[in-house]
Ligand binder design. Structure first.
Ligand SMILES: Cc1cc2nc3c(=O)[nH]c(=O)nc-3n(C[C@H](O)[C@H](O)[C@H](O)COP(=O)(O)O)c2cc1C
Length: 226
């Protein structure tokens, strides 16, 4: 499965089988997380076989079942931390999908387990991503229209492809509170108001970049326009 195919195949999965992550899957994920941590100045961590975060010993914890592995979304406090966690976290999510794994971003419905991870004094834990072999592959979410999330006119095909992929991305409570703008061959994206809207922004920007072939988001962050 390619990353493009992973965009179509990915849905949030909250029920997992007992199948452990394989050594190969762990090594591939860790290598990608190392790249993301270096490039994004983050402290993403893969936590394996740790049942407390989702209380796996209880049959149901919220909507989750049998989550034993997760990625801790940790990074140094900064204005654009959520955007970077979203962008680089989604790199790992889509890679996981290509490895035959399923995932779910979790901002609220988990228990903090500081003993299972490393959080330095100037760092924050902003959420986790559940990861494992799903009981099923999840379902396609309902989506806003292209028009509802764009500004501009005479959109080129690459921009349309990018927005279509962004509309397939996970967002907190499926809020899709983002808006892509196209003007004079330039693209930008803004977050609306909502819980985790800035983490969503990084996630949807990564989908846009993969499908459109146009990288813009990290530069937008570096120039402080987000
Ligand atoms: C930043 C973020 C936080 C999320 N937090 C939670 C959560 O706390 N609990 C939960 O069950 N799902 C959570 N989700 C999953 C969303 O509900 C899900 O992505 C959305 O409904 C779209 O569905 P899909 O991922 O299957 O496309 C979160 C997603 C994102 C992107």
């Amino acid at each position: 499965m390619t990353i493009h195919e992973a965009i179509l195949a990915r849905h949030s999965v909250r029920h997992y089988t007992d199948a452990p992550l394989t050594t190969e899957q762990i090594e591939t994920l860790k290598a990608e997380m190392e790249r993301c941590n270096t490039e994004g100045n983050l402290h993403l961590q893969l936590i394996i076989n740790e049942p407390n975060c989702f209380q796996a010993e209880k049959p149901h914890y919220g909507k989750f079942q049998n989550v034993r592995n997760y990625i801790a979304l940790v990074g140094q406090r900064s204005k654009d931390l959520d955007e970077r966690l979203g962008y680089f976290g989604e790199c790992v999510v889509l890679l996981a999908q290509t490895l035959g794994l399923n995932t779910c971003w979790v901002g609220l419905t988990y228990k903090k387990t500081p003993d299972a991870m490393q959080i330095l004094p100037d760092e924050r834990l902003r959420g986790v991503i559940a990861i494992g072999t799903g009981v099923d592959g999840g379902v396609q979410h309902k989506s806003k229209s292209f028009e509802a999330v764009t500004e501009g006119k005479d959109f080129p095909e690459w921009f349309q492809k990018g927005v279509a992929a962004a509309l397939l991305a996970p967002t907190a409570i499926n809020q899709q509170k983002f808006r892509f703008s196209y003007k004079e061959d330039q693209v930008s994206v803004k977050a609306g108001l909502g819980f985790f809207a800035h983490m969503d922004l990084g996630i949807v920007a990564y989908h846009f970049e993969i499908a459109s072939g146009h990288s813009f988001f990290l530069n937008q962050l570096r120039t402080g326009k987000s």
